[in-house]
Design a protein around this ligand. Structure first.
Ligand SMILES: NC(=O)c1ccc[n+]([C@@H]2O[C@H](COP(=O)([O-])OP(=O)(O)OC[C@H]3O[C@@H](n4cnc5c(N)ncnc54)[C@H](OP(=O)(O)O)[C@@H]3O)[C@@H](O)[C@H]2O)c1
Length: 229
C-alpha cells in the first residue's frame, strides 16, 4: 500500500522542471496524476490535459475537464509559472502583464474553481509554488517578485478563508532550483547568482510537495521554505 493510493492529484506546469518531478513523485506514491501545461510529451501513467492557463477561457474550462477525466483532485499543486530576470528599466509593462497572467491570475483562477470543490468533498491538500522571491526583494526581480508576492498574499488570504473546512493550503517557497527556467540567464557566469550545481534540484522541491501531500489532515503546514545551503 502506497501513501497516496486511490488519490487524485492535479499538477499544473507538469511538463518539465519542478512540476514534472512533482508529478512523478506523486505518481510513484500511488496517486492518479493529472498533468496540465501547454505541451505535454506522452508518458505512461498520467492523465494529460493540455491547457494554456494564461488564457482565461482555457483556464475556466479546465476544471470541467479535470472532473470528467478524474473527479475532484484531493491534491492540487498550483505550480505553472514563468520567470523573468531583468532590471526595472529593461522590463516592459507587457512583460509584467504576461508574468502576472500565468503566475498570479492563473493561480487565482485555479484556486477559485478548485477550492470550492475540495471544500464540498470534505477536504484536500492545496499546494502553491511561491518562491524565495515571494518574501525577499532581489535586484532584477521586479516583475517576478511582484507576481510572487501577489501569490503569497493570495495564499495567506485563502488560508484564513478556508480555515476549518478541511482544506489544507500550503505555500512552498523554494530558492533557486536548477530547471530550464534559468537557461536564458546563464547563472554559472552571472555575478551574484548561485552556480547551477549549487541550486536545489527539482526532485528536492518534489520531495517537499510529497511531504506536505502525505501529512494527515489534522496537520497544518501553511508555509514551507527551502533553499540551497
Ligand atoms: N526554478 C527556480 O529557481 C524556482 C524557484 C522558486 C520557485 N519556482 C517556481 O516553481 C514553479 C515551476 O518553476 P520551474 O523552474 O520548474 O519552471 P520551468 O522549468 O520553466 O517550468 C514551467 C512549467 O510551467 C508551465 N507553464 C508555463 N506557462 C504556462 C501556461 N501559460 N499554461 C500552462 N502551463 C504553463 C510549463 O509548461 P509549458 O511551457 O508546456 O506550458 C512548465 O511545465 C514556478 O511557479 C516557479 O515560479 C522556481
Amino acid at each position: 500500500m502506497r501513501p497516496l493510493d486511490g488519490r487524485v492529484a492535479l499538477v499544473t506546469g507538469a511538463s518539465r522542471g519542478i512540476g514534472a518531478a512533482t508529478a512523478e513523485a506523486l505518481r510513484q506514491a500511488g496517486a492518479r496524476v493529472v498533468r496540465v501545461s501547454r505541451r505535454l510529451d506522452p508518458a505512461d501513467g498520467y492523465i494529460d490535459l493540455p491547457a494554456d492557463l494564461a488564457d482565461v477561457a482555457q483556464a475556466a474550462g479546465l476544471v470541467e475537464r479535470v472532473q470528467r477525466a478524474a473527479g475532484v483532485p484531493a491534491i492540487v499543486v498550483s505550480n505553472a509559472g514563468g520567470f523573468l530576470l531583468a532590471p526595472l528599466e529593461r522590463t516592459t509593462v507587457e512583460q509584467l502583464d504576461a508574468l502576472l497572467a500565468i503566475n498570479l491570475r492563473a493561480a487565482f483562477a485555479l484556486a477559485r474553481s478548485l477550492l470550492p470543490l475540495q471544500r464540498s468533498a470534505g477536504g484536500g491538500s492545496y499546494i502553491t509554488l511561491g518562491s524565495v522571491a515571494d518574501h525577499v526583494g532581489f535586484p532584477e526581480n521586479a516583475a517576478y517578485a511582484a507576481s510572487k508576492y501577489g501569490v503569497r498574499g493570495l495564499h495567506e488570504t485563502l488560508v484564513a478563508e478556508y480555515r476549518g473546512t478541511g482544506v489544507r493550503l500550503t505555500l512552498i517557497s523554494p530558492g533557486p532550483t536548477d530547471t530550464e527556467a534559468w537557461d536564458p540567464y546563464d547563472p554559472d557566469h552571472r555575478e551574484g547568482f548561485p552556480a547551477r550545481s549549487r541550486m536545489l534540484r527539482p526532485a528536492d522541491v518534489a520531495d517537499a510537495v510529497l511531504f506536505v501531500a502525505t501529512r494527515p489532515p489534522h496537520v497544518a503546514i501553511d508555509w514551507l521554505r527551502l533553499g540551497p545551503v
